[in-house]
Design a protein. Structure first.
Length: 264
C-alpha cells in the first residue's frame, strides 16, 4: 500500500524555525581585552549623562532608578559585560531585564525600553564610552583598531537579541550617527533635572572614585551644554594627569584587580 501525503490543514501545527544562533567573540578580541577592564567603568558618567537627556531612556531611569542610579548601572553594565564574555545564549537576560521597563515620557507618549532605536542609542553611548576609556586610560587606538573594535561591538550587540536595523555598519558611519543622535537631544527633560546630580557626583561602584574634574572633562560637549556643566580651567589638564596615574597603576595591577569579576 502506498503511503499518502496529506496537505497541512489550519489545525496542523507548523514546525518552528530553530532560533538563530548568536555569534560569539574570538578570545583575543579587542572588546574582550577592554570592556571588562575597570577603566571602562570609569568613563560611564559620559554615557549616562547622554542617557538621561534622551526622552525615553531618561524617563525610564527617572521612574525605575530615581535615587539609586549607580546601583542600577552596576547591575545593568555587569550583565552587558557578562554577555560580551560568555559563549552561552543570554538573549533572555536582556528581554527579562527590560520587558517591564515601559511607561510614558514627558510628552505623554508611550515608550518601551526594547524599542530598537532606543535600545541601540543606549548601546551606542556605551560604545562611545568604551572607546573613550581606551584612548584616555589605556592607549590611543589606531584607525584600524577603531574599525576592529566597532566590528566587535556589533557582534556584542547581536548577542542581545534586539533588532539591529538602526546600527551603522562601520566606525565612520557610527561616529556620524552618534553625532546626529546627540544633536537631537533636548535640554527640557524632567529626568535630567532629577538625575543630573547623581551623574555628576557618582555615589556607588567604580565611577564613585572619579574626581569631579574628571567627570566634567569626560562628558561630551553636547552633554555639558545641555546639562549646564561648566568645563573649568585646568579640568582637561587634571584629567590627563589622573589618566597617567590610572595607566601606571593598571600596568602594575594583577589581573584579578584590573578586571571585573564578569571578565575574569
Amino acid at each position: 500500500m502506498t503511503d499518502q501525503v496529506h496537505a497541512p490543514t489550519a489545525d496542523t501545527p507548523r514546525p518552528r524555525k530553530p532560533p538563530k544562533a548568536v555569534p560569539t567573540l574570538p578570545r583575543d578580541a579587542l572588546l574582550r581585552r577592554y570592556v571588562g577592564d575597570r577603566r571602562f567603568a570609569l568613563t560611564l558618567p559620559r554615557a549616562v549623562a547622554l542617557q538621561i537627556l534622551h526622552p525615553v531612556i531618561g524617563a525610564a531611569l527617572a521612574t525605575h532608578t530615581r535615587t539609586r542610579l549607580w546601583e542600577h548601572k552596576r547591575r545593568a553594565v555587569s550583565s552587558m559585560i557578562t554577555i560580551a564574555y560568555s559563549d552561552r545564549d543570554l538573549r533572555t537576560v536582556i528581554r527579562f531585564g527590560h520587558e517591564h521597563v515601559k511607561g510614558r515620557d514627558d510628552t505623554g507618549t508611550r515608550y518601551h525600553a526594547l524599542r530598537p532605536d532606543v535600545f541601540f542609542f543606549q548601546h551606542a553611548t556605551y560604545v562611545d564610552s568604551l572607546v573613550t576609556a581606551i584612548n584616555t586610560f589605556a592607549r590611543p587606538l589606531t584607525p584600524d583598531e577603531h574599525e576592529q573594535l566597532y566590528a566587535e561591538c556589533r557582534i556584542w550587540y547581536a548577542r542581545y537579541g534586539v533588532s539591529a536595523r538602526h546600527e551603522p555598519a562601520t566606525w565612520s558611519e557610527f561616529t556620524d550617527y552618534f553625532a546626529d543622535a546627540c544633536a537631537t537631544l533636548l535640554r527640557r527633560n524632567s529626568a535630567s533635572y532629577q538625575l543630573k546630580a547623581q551623574v555628576l557626583a557618582p555615589d556607588a561602584w567604580i565611577p564613585a572614585r572619579l574626581p569631579p574634574y574628571a567627570v566634567r572633562a569626560l562628558l561630551t560637549d553636547r552633554a555639558r551644554e545641555l546639562l549646564d556643566v561648566e568645563l573649568r580651567p585646568g579640568d582637561k589638564a587634571a584629567l590627563r594627569r589622573y589618566a597617567a596615574t590610572v595607566r601606571a597603576s593598571s600596568a602594575l595591577a594583577p589581573r584579578r584587580i584590573r578586571y571585573l569579576p564578569q571578565a575574569r
